[in-house]
Design a protein around this ligand. Structure first.
Ligand SMILES: [Zn+2]
Ligand SMILES: [Zn+2]
Length: 114
């Protein structure tokens, strides 16, 4: 998400916040954008990938809840971020965001193997 009150004409790294952990953009924390300005950072994405894709864990959302990144309600495992807003990323978004970040040579991000 964008920091509340940020000037859209003069956005800085501190104005781009990961919806899942609340931390701002940094070289070691590249970000991928979802719908409506939602963002997930590489650190959260690696953890989400480990939990949902590698371990096959993750949580099902309650009735009425949606994925923070695609805004769709899905009957599949999700990863929940530590932020107080209880953000959730669906498996499809985790895989898609990982593929996007891996293709960006500047991110230096790779899918965790373990
Ligand atoms: Zn994050
Ligand atoms: Zn999703």
């Amino acid at each position: 998400m964008h920091r509340p009150g940020a000037d859209p004409e003069h956005m800085t790294a501190e104005d781009f916040l990961c919806d899942f952990c609340g931390l701002c953009w940094a070289p070691e924390r590249p970000m991928v954008e979802g719908h409506r300005g939602s963002l997930i950072c590489g650190v959260c994405l690696a953890e989400a990938h480990r939990v949902v894709v590698l371990r096959g864990e993750g949580v099902r959302l309650s009735e009425g809840e949606i994925c923070t990144l695609c805004l769709a309600p899905k009957d599949e495992p999700h990863w929940r971020g530590p932020a107080s807003t209880r953000p959730a990323a669906c498996k499809v978004c985790i895989k898609r965001s990982g593929a996007i970040l891996e293709k960006d040579p500047e991110s230096g991000w790779t899918r965790p193997a373990t």
